[in-house]
Design a binder for this molecule. Structure first.
Ligand code: MD3
Ligand code: FE
Length: 214
């Protein structure tokens, strides 16, 4: 039995399902830089609780960076180049971010991934995301790359029908997941965040999702 002298146990990619690859701790080295950049983005495009078409406020707070940003309001879900809150273009997608997402996608077998949108979600205790599909993007042959930062959460990975029983996946600080191929349109969600403290992120969980939207 060999001890985990180098802290590198369990960092091999894990295939959750065809096209869905977990890259445990893939973002760990970049995590502080990613969190600092989130603060800079949020200073230009503040986190806000978007309204659903049904009139409810989403419990996760959101902002975006990149040429396109995901928005929800009473008229529906869509991507648009401007922040509806400020009327300004979304902050620039840092080149280190798009290069990072491209490396992660390539690790999972999706070479040449070029994100044009990055949705930034912030979960405070109790915030959740109910089961949904991501289908506002133009080209479902392109994967989505997600990066979890801060507090650990239980993620729900369902099937292609809403009624399919989801499996639970624990996502922790630095974990990256690439969702593509036959998993691209699977239902997914996030269970309510439990209160806690993370040394780099405080009482929050952040999730970045890199998308090819347009
Ligand atoms: C599985 N965000 O922003 S990321 C979302 O943790 C969203 O904030 C969650 O779902 C979060 O839309 C989950 C993981 C994720 C993202 C996209 C997927 C899982 C996915 C697309 C297809 C299948
Ligand atoms: Fe989603």
């Amino acid at each position: 039995m060999t001890a985990d002298l180098f802290g590198s146990d369990d960092v091999q990619p894990v295939c959750l399902a065809p096209g869905a690859m977990v890259l445990p701790r893939f973002a760990l080295a970049e995590a502080s830089a990613l969190l600092a950049a989130i603060d800079r983005i949020a200073s230009r495009a503040p986190f806000r609780h978007m309204e659903t078409p049904g009139g409810f406020a989403m419990s996760a707070a959101m902002t975006n960076c990149g040429p396109l940003g995901w928005v929800s309001d009473r008229s529906g879900y869509r991507y648009q180049p401007d922040d509806p809150l400020t009327g300004e273009p979304w902050p620039v997608l840092p080149s280190q971010w798009s290069e990072f997402a491209q490396r992660a996608a390539a690790q999972a077998g999706f070479s040449g991934f070029a994100a044009d949108a990055c949705l930034v979600n912030r979960y405070q205790p109790g915030a959740r995301m109910s089961l949904h599909q991501d289908r506002n993007e133009q080209d479902f042959s392109q994967p989505i790359v997600s990066v979890s930062l801060g507090l650990t959460v239980t993620f729900q990975f369902g099937g292609l029908r809403r009624a399919d029983t989801p499996e639970k996946v624990i996502l922790s600080h630095g974990d990256v997941v690439v969702w593509g191929g036959p998993s691209r349109l699977r239902y997914h969600g996030v269970l309510p965040l439990k209160p806690g403290y993370h040394p780099q992120a405080g009482g929050c969980r952040y999730n970045l999702t890199f998308r090819r939207a347009g």
